[in-house]
Design a protein around this ligand. Structure first.
Ligand code: LRH
Length: 468
């Protein structure tokens, strides 16, 4: 994405898009990291062409928790393993025997997800790669390292490792020691807005860019950048960052680390400008993406807009599944797994693509509402507006069902919130704009058209007009 930012100016242009297709080798699911890096280089070249050869900065964000291991020469030891791989099965139980879950939560504030970096590192513990590793780079830090030659660990993403203390916003040395994690593998922490090097000469040559091009640390966890890109006014809002995942919760000034919060499986990830992302992971549009993949493989490819239209006419909440259930984490045959979950819970199995889609969207809307409700109860905050950002902002049925389930108005957009949050934090570090998150969000509200869905307004035509 190419961004142009200045006082009163905020534009994003998509200059290049590339697929992210994980690959299974043997029994292990991996990221094709070199293909992704090639996509990044192609994207930088396209951005340079669109911007006339000069870029004021580059910022990188990606999904969280995963990492690459590097040897003593700084070479990547293997393709990073995908967090949906099953190698962490059973690891949390072993961790619990050494450090009970309540103590781990009180120290790190992280919700239980089987793929937290901590569990992945423990799953890798006896492998030859970790033994040979001299450093560990989270995915965006790895891309930044290849672009600049400089290694660092960006804080918002580091907070998803389960090795950060959200009160000190530094490593939790006690947790690492107790669980035998070598924190010296991680290069020094950097914070959003910090300089992160400049593009290497070979990168400039390959992309046709004119140097120097600074790389600036942003909220490198995509969800951290997406929350910067929530066009909210004031504090009484909840956000749902929708994409492969739905990340639903609140922006807080301090973590909540009590037992009730742990039992509700809320996380305290670290955000930009000292904020905390208090949220719960919900399986998200992954459920629908995987269904679409299955139907296509079976020779029944679907047109998404038509499918959503048909799903809108299906009887509401005919069957719903638990959209936070890790049983839906792994790839493969999602329609069958959804049908099985319905039958297991005494509900009718969806019979058609439209019924399955409706089941997914009803289930997501209910899970969104539950997360917004629980977050309010646990934080004492009152929410008057729910913001949906990310890909789901383009899904009118999901937005309407979420408004109905929460009983609150939903403001949808921008779909590219993470890219907006990324360029805004860069632009501020470069001095092109000033202010805190409130000012950055005010700029966003002037730059982007949003849609508002009122609860209980009925059919898809319930879009109550533009919100500007
Ligand atoms: C969303 C996301 C989410 C994490 C998951 C691994 O892309 O970063 O915040 O929990 O991927």
């Amino acid at each position: 994405m190419l961004g142009r930012v200045g006082p009163g100016v905020l534009e994003l242009t998509e200059v290049h898009r590339f697929p992210n297709r994980p690959v299974r080798t043997g029994s292990t699911l991996r990221w094709d990291i070199l293909a992704l890096y090639r996509g990044v280089l192609d994207g930088l070249r396209a951005a340079g062409v669109a911007a006339g050869g000069r870029l004021a900065g580059v910022g990188i964000d990606s999904w969280a928790v995963d990492y690459g291991l590097l040897d003593s020469a700084g070479e990547l030891l293997g393709n990073p393993v995908h967090y949906r791989d099953e190698r962490t099965r059973g690891v949390a139980e072993k961790v619990a025997a050494v450090m009970p879950p309540d103590e781990l939560y009180a120290a790190t504030g992280l919700q239980y997800l089987p793929f937290n970096t901590l569990y992945q590192l423990l799953a890798d513990r006896d492998g030859p790669q970790l033994a040979a590793a001299r450093s560990l780079l989270m995915i965006p830090d790895l891309i930044a390292y290849w672009l600049t030659g400089r290694a660092g660990t960006e804080l918002t993403n580091a907070s998803t490792t389960q090795l950060i203390d959200p009160r000190t916003r530094d490593w939790s040395f006690a947790v690492a020691e107790r669980l035998g994690i070598d924190l010296s593998l991680f290069p020094p922490l950097r914070r959003p807005g910090d300089p992160a090097g400049t593009l290497r000469p070979d990168v400039l040559a390959e992309t046709g860019l004119t140097g120097p091009v600074p790389v600036i640390a942003v909220g490198s966890h995509d969800t951290a950048s997406a929350v910067v890109g929530v066009p909210a006014e004031g504090e009484g809002f909840a956000y749902i960052a929708t994409g492969t995942w739905s990340l639903a919760g609140l922006e807080l000034a301090a973590p909540i680390l009590g037992e009730e919060s742990r039992r509700a499986n809320f996380t305290n990830e670290l955000g930009v400008d000292g904020t905390v992302r208090y949220l719960r992971n919900i399986m998200g549009l992954w459920l629908l993406q995987e269904c679409l993949r299955s139907w296509e493989a079976e020779g029944r490819p679907q047109d998404l807009a038509a499918l959503l239209d048909r799903a809108a006419s299906v009887r509401p909440r005919r069957s719903v599944v638990d959209a936070a259930d890790p049983a839906f984490l792994a790839p493969g045959d999602m329609p069958r797994r959804i049908a099985e979950a319905c039958v297991r819970t005494g509900q009718p199995a969806p019979r058609t693509e439209a019924e399955t889609t409706r089941c997914v969207l009803d289930s997501l809307a209910l899970a969104h509402a539950k997360a917004v409700e629980d977050a309010q109860r646990l934080s004492g905050r009152t929410v008057s507006t729910v913001h949906i950002v990310g890909g789901g902002a383009h899904n009118p049925l999901l937005c309407r069902l979420t408004a109905d389930a929460t009983g609150l108005p939903v403001v949808a957009g921008p779909a590219e919130a993470a890219a907006f949050g990324n360029v805004l934090v860069q632009a501020r570090a470069a001095g092109a704009v000033t202010g805190g998150l409130a000012e950055l969000r005010a700029l966003l509200r002037t730059a982007h058209e949003l849609r508002r869905y009122e609860p209980g307004a009925g059919r898809p035509g319930s879009v109550a007009g533009e919100y500007r």
